[in-house]
Design a protein around this ligand. Structure first.
Ligand code: C5P
Length: 218
């Protein structure tokens, strides 16, 4: 650590996409690279926190001093988070969890015989909403990746998921968000405050976010 600003705190962070199997060789997923979540984990660790990173499949090295729990599906991510959450002071949900998963996983590879095919999807658990509903919940920070009505949807999630802060990014903007090196965020707090973190490298945005959380809530 380069500072002890977060010494004694345990930060639980989710990152990356989840994968939901269709058959033994196929899955549903999304474009999340995990870069933002990993940058937050690194920033919190460098400020002295104990950091647990629950990560979907990504190709990034674990930051030094961070303990990673590797998962694949939303259900596995939910289990890993629920196992750790009672010990966490801060929960940052940065993962792009698949909202739906196939209702059934085909046992064998699906053959391309039919001209059309349908996959029935069912809803995955909402991990952040579950944590936000806990009686002894940690400080809860969510993300809202939106392509339109960013502020409206972000504030809706802040309320609905019972969060302390939500970090909104407009993933329709070029050069920021999914799989890019830079990001820009607007933070909306439970008390009505908002803070803009202008476009910058993901690690810079992550450090500013972690400092903002520390200064506001601790
Ligand atoms: O997918 P949605 O826009 O609702 O995501 C908002 C926030 O909720 C994000 O912080 C995301 O990590 C979290 N989330 C979750 N479990 C889900 C869906 C979203 O923890 N199944």
């Amino acid at each position: 650590p380069v500072s002890q600003a977060l010494a004694g705190q345990h930060w639980l962070i989710t990152a990356g996409p989840t994968r939901e199997a269709i058959d033994p060789v196929r899955f549903l997923s999304n474009n999340s690279s995990g870069k933002m979540g990993y940058a937050i984990a690194k920033a919190a660790q460098r400020m002295g926190a104990k950091v647990t990173l629950v990560s979907g499949p990504v190709s990034i090295d674990v930051p030094a001093g961070v303990s990673r729990v590797a998962v694949v599906t939303a259900e596995q991510m939910e289990q890993a988070v629920m196992q750790q959450v009672s010990d966490a002071d801060v929960f940052v949900a940065c993962a792009a969890v698949a909202d739906y998963k196939p209702a059934a996983i085909a046992e064998q590879k699906i053959k391309k015989n039919a001209k059309t095919m349908e996959i029935k999807l069912i809803k995955n658990p909402d991990i952040l909403q579950q944590v936000g509903a806990l009686k002894n919940k940690p400080l809860c920070i969510g993300f809202a990746a939106e392509t339109e009505n960013v502020e409206y949807y972000a504030k809706d999630k802040l309320q609905r998921k019972n969060l302390d802060m939500i970090c909104a990014n407009n993933v329709a903007k070029k050069d920021i968000g999914f799989d890019s090196e830079e990001n820009e965020l607007v933070l909306y707090c439970k008390n009505g405050d908002s803070v803009a973190l202008d476009q910058n490298a993901k690690y810079t945005i992550a450090s500013d976010l972690v400092s903002e959380i520390k200064n506001r809530f601790f």
